[in-house]
Write a protein that binds this ligand. Structure first.
Ligand code: GLY
Length: 335
């Protein structure tokens, strides 16, 4: 067995392992499989502003640092991972939707765009869209391509194995990055938050901005990729099952088609559900649990965004014993 074992083969565990390997460490990843994982479902929005309903300044700083790291992280992977900097339109369909978004938009200090300006940027938007803002900092990546690139780079260092107790892992240091599985391994409060997500394919006339919208009180995002895939998400349900429901699909399609009517002509290619790993404050758990065990889990809606900064901070902690001051607010011991 290696000096360092990472328990968890999702995007967070693989990113940590890869950062450790690139710094010369001897690492094994124990991968318990993808059942219920968030990354295969995730749209890959890199949204330090749009996803932060909670305004915890430390979490916003962490998200912004990771967003800034993404261009290099994607480039380092050396293959196309769908990193796309076309930016995001955050949109409101009605006056009530606008009131709901106003606080985040004010904090981001982005100029409000009129419907005509929005349709200049994305002509396929519904004529009902009332207002929006453009954020060039909020981007996208394709999580499936990222994980496949990380798997390729780590190769035989990844061993398929479901761990049931950290005490069974023979290593000097164990990094638990097991998403929702972290709760059973450590006793930390990580809960599954179900998200249903759809994938469409076609040519709805979108220019490739991520659309993140409030539509008649419903939240929806539409993420068009350069290869013709359009991801529509996501429900947010405090449920442990992974059933794709008629109601979930209906809710997402109704909001997405209200926002971009031409999506009605696309093929519906995939309906999926995954579990986001949530914590009591929905901020991640990053840091030392004891002398041997380090935790990196509970990234909730931001696992893809936070992968690069998590990898940097955890690798530094494991290799030098030094905890970056940024970790102080995310201590696993805070609950
Ligand atoms: N980050 C998007 C989601 O969790 O639905």
């Amino acid at each position: 067995m290696s000096d360092i074992v990472v328990v968890g083969g999702g995007i967070v565990g693989l990113s940590i392992a890869w950062r450790l390997v690139s710094r010369g460490a001897d690492v094994t990843v124990l991968d318990g499989g993808d059942e219920g994982a968030a990354w295969p479902v995730a749209a890959g929005m890199l949204a330090p502003g749009g996803e932060s309903e909670h305004e915890d300044p430390a979490l916003i700083r962490l998200m912004e640092r990771s967003a800034d790291r993404w261009p290099d992280f994607a480039a380092e992977l050396g293959v196309g991972v769908g990193y796309d900097d076309a930016g995001t339109l955050s949109l409101a369909m009605t006056a009530d939707d606008l009131a709901g978004r106003a606080r985040v938009w004010t904090r981001q200090a982005l100029p409000l765009l009129r419907p005509s300006e929005l349709r200049e940027l994305e002509p396929a938007l519904s004529v009902r869209v009332r207002a929006g803002v453009f954020s060039s900092r909020e981007r996208q990546v394709d999580p499936r391509k990222v994980v496949s690139a990380l798997r390729e780079r780590l190769g035989a260092r990844i061993v398929p194995k479901r761990v049931t107790a950290v005490s069974d892992v023979d290593a000097r240091t164990v990094v638990v990055a097991a998403g929702c599985g972290t709760a059973a391994l450590t006793g930390l409060p990580v809960r599954p938050v179900k998200g249903q997500v759809l994938r469409l394919r076609g040519e709805p006339g979108l220019v490739r901005h991520v659309l993140d919208a409030a539509v008649d009180g419903r939240e929806v995002y539409v993420v068009p990729r350069a290869d013709g895939e359009v991801v529509v998400g996501a429900t947010q349900e405090e449920r442990t099952d992974l059933t794709v429901t008629a109601g979930g699909v209906h809710e997402l399609l109704r909001a997405a088609l209200d926002l971009v009517p031409a999506l009605a002509e696309c093929e519906l290619t995939e309906t999926t559900a995954g579990h986001r790993p949530g914590t009591p404050d929905n901020a991640p758990l990053l840091g030392r649990l004891d002398d041997r065990v380090v935790v990196a889990a509970g990234h909730f809606r931001n696992g893809i965004l936070l992968a690069p900064v998590t990898a940097d901070l955890i690798a530094e902690l494991v290799l030098t014993g030094e905890a970056d001051p940024m970790l102080a607010d995310f201590s696993p011991g805070r609950f």
